[in-house]
Design a protein around this ligand. Sequence first.
Ligand code: NDP
Ligand code: MG
Length: 389
Amino acid sequence: MRRVTVFGATGSVGAQALDLIGRATDEYEVVALTGASNIEALAREAIRLRASLAVTADEGRLGDLRDALAGSGVEAAAGRAALLEAADRPADWTLSGIVGAAGLEPGLRALRHGGTLALANKESLVCAGPLMRAEAARHGATILPVDSEHSAIFQALVGEDPAAIEKVTITASGGGLRDWPLDALADAMPEQAGTHPNWDMGQRITIDSASMFNKAMELIEAHALFDLPADRIATVIHPQSIVHALVQFADGGIIAHMGAPDMRHAIGYALHWPDRRPLPVERIDLARIGRLDFHEPDPDRYPAIALAYRVIARGGLAGAAFNAAKEAALDLFMARDIRFTDMARVVESVMDAMDPRLEAAGITLDMVHDIDAQAREVARGTIGGHPWT
Ligand code: NDP
Ligand code: MG
């Protein structure tokens, strides 16, 4: 029996992982499932998969969780400390599926077991890529990317010499507002930006797809995972979301990874790696799709992309500041305190203001937490007195 833990079990990625695990319950022993606000789903899944422990990150919901689990034999716990305690319970395979920087520490702790960390939480790598990699190396743990583009790169690199990589390109759908006139973007409402043409994902990443802050995060993620310099990492708009990434090698050959836009492919690949097993995802028919389009992202429409290259060039704590500023800007947009197009302006203002504080030879968790808190405060401060509010 393989011991598995799923962080963010009530989310979009988490639920899809549980769908796969639930199809072969005799193979898995579920150590812990975690969620936050969705107590009903957390309890239901913990009971269904006979988890030993269910944790809600929300301390105030312990009573609700206990009630929902009454008589099931599943242990209930709540709060940040309980979340970290869940990470300390040995597991062979852990999915890091919490959204936001809140996912960093549980993932880091899980690496100590020396097993596999299936990493959907890209924020971990954006905030603290070198720290994650060092912790994995210290404990002999394996980080497998779950983000579809990075899983695609990883799969294209099997059996290849990383030194022969010339360039890696990750594709972007362009998000839910890609066909809007540029001057209409400022008026986009959260529910409009929160609709995706191809992927069914959590609300935050869907809005980040419309702004391409998601792709900006993924460029930094590719840099952190595959040791690639900025000039070897690119993105291209590909509206069909069939090709997920392309790796070009020194001989000019390109290996592209294709598949239906279904996260269960990338999650399933990480679950069964190094094997490939049948997965319940749609098989694509290229003749029916007919054409695959690619074009350069317009820098005026997607200012987040230039910010990502700035973060990669800056190094140190720039990723932690960038991620926190982006999360804070997204909170402000979702609360309707700023407009869609203001998010990039807020993040850029934060990066400018924080720049002298971003130098760091080695990153520690305390440093990341400190910069994260500062960047959120600076981000919230930018909305007072600005002409765009
Ligand atoms: P969702 O918003 O759907 O789910 C987030 C999960 O995290 C939920 O289980 C939620 O609990 C939990 N959570 C939220 N806040 C906290 C907190 N402060 N502490 C602990 N747990 C918390 O997100 P997604 O599944 O879309 O995304 C998860 C991660 O995977 C993100 O990093 C995202 O960028 C990445 N990713 C997602 C993809 C997708 O297809 N969705 C694709 C590629 C990457 P609850 O719902 O109970 O409140
Ligand atoms: Mg992705």
